[in-house]
Structures are given as structure tokens and as C-alpha cells.
Ligand binder design. Structure first.
Ligand code: PNS
Length: 172
């Protein structure tokens, strides 16, 4: 019997965007099981809690038993070893992503020779999207419905409401 190909799509997903979902579905077609894994980095402050970020992803993969949502801390390659993944998937939106992604891919392969990184290109509809842009638009009251999955729009709106600090004028 053929060995199952296990893929790993890691990220901050703070929050998941339509671009992330697009990459997840493309990656899931290239392996038998895909782990979409949320990093829990105590040094990097995330806007949404780990629980929220996992929940946002889970809501969008309901009924897709070959896509598993998980989380990890520490080195990505250690997690890849743990789940027996042979491929790390990452999305490439533009040349600006390349340098960071290239460095990460080489560091990961130096740490763990058996891991390969596969870069996937999202639909052109999403190449401009990023989690930071989504947060900024939401915090400033803009419409995020074209940027994130419908299942989480309301929650993000609620969570980002009143999170931008408005400097009050001084009273002389
Ligand atoms: O969505 P992001 O923030 O671009 O994802 C970055 C992520 C989580 C893939 C990267 O920060 C990561 O792999 N972190 C784990 C720590 C690690 O293994 N670092 C060494 C590779 S440079």
C-alpha cells in the first residue's frame, strides 16, 4: 500500500483570510492528509486568541475529514516530524513574500533534510490580501466581507469594534 502523504500548512492565521482558505484547498488536493496548523508563539502577540484562530479555521473545514486543524509551538520542523509530514505548504502572493519564505524554506530543510517546502499561488482574487490588512479594515469599520469567509465576518466585526484607540483632544 502507498504511504500516505501528509502535508502541513502552518501560519499565524490571525485571522484566517479567503487567501489562506484558497491555499488550504489547493494544498489538500496534493496530499492525503493536510494539517492546517496555527502557531502559538508567546513572543508574537496575536490579535485573536489561539482558540479563536483554531475555531475560525475549523468552521471552514467542516465535512472535510482530510483537513485537520491543529496548533503547534516551538520549531515547525519538530512539529512536522511529530505528525510525519513530508511537505510544508506556504502561499506566495508576490515577490515581496519571496525573500522571507525562501529563507524559511532553507532553514527548515537544513534542520530537517526530509522536509520539502512547496509554494502555492493563490487565486488572483486574493493576492493582495493579508491578515493585517483585514484587521485594519475591520478596526476602522470597513467592510471585510470580501476578505474573510462569511462564517466569521460577524465575529471579527464584533471583536475588532472599539479596538482602535482614538486620541482624545486635550482640554486646555
Ligand atoms: O502566517 P505566518 O505568520 O507568516 O507564519 C509563520 C510561521 C508560523 C510559519 C513561522 O513563523 C514558523 O514556522 N514559526 C515556528 C518557529 C520556527 O520553526 N522557526 C524557524 C523557521 S524560520
Amino acid at each position: 500500500m502507498r504511504k500516505k502523504i501528509i502535508g502541513l500548512y502552518p501560519g499565524s492565521f490571525d485571522p484566517v483570510t479567503n487567501g489562506h482558505l484558497d491555499i488550504s484547498f489547493r494544498a489538500s488536493k496534493l496530499c492525503d492528509i493536510l494539517y492546517v496548523a496555527v502557531v502559538t508563539n508567546p513572543k508574537k502577540q496575536s490579535f485573536f486568541s489561539l482558540e479563536d484562530r483554531i475555531e475560525f479555521l475549523k468552521r471552514n473545514f467542516q465535512g472535510k475529514s482530510h483537513i485537520r486543524v491543529s496548533s503547534f509551538n516551538g520549531l515547525l520542523v519538530n512539529y512536522a516530524k511529530k505528525i510525519k509530514a513530508s511537505i510544508i505548504f506556504r502561499g506566495l502572493r508576490a515577490v515581496s513574500d519571496f525573500e522571507y519564505e525562501f529563507q524559511m524554506a532553507l532553514i527548515n530543510r537544513t534542520l530537517f533534510q526530509k522536509i520539502e517546502t512547496v509554494f502555492l499561488v493563490p487565486s488572483e482574487k486574493y493576492v493582495f490580501l493579508s491578515s493585517s490588512a483585514v484587521k485594519e479594515v475591520a478596526q476602522l469599520g470597513g467592510n471585510i466581507k470580501n476578505f474573510v469567509p462569511p462564517k466569521i465576518v460577524q465575529y471579527i466585526k464584533k471583536k475588532t469594534k472599539n479596538t482602535v484607540s482614538v486620541t482624545k483632544p486635550l482640554h486646555f
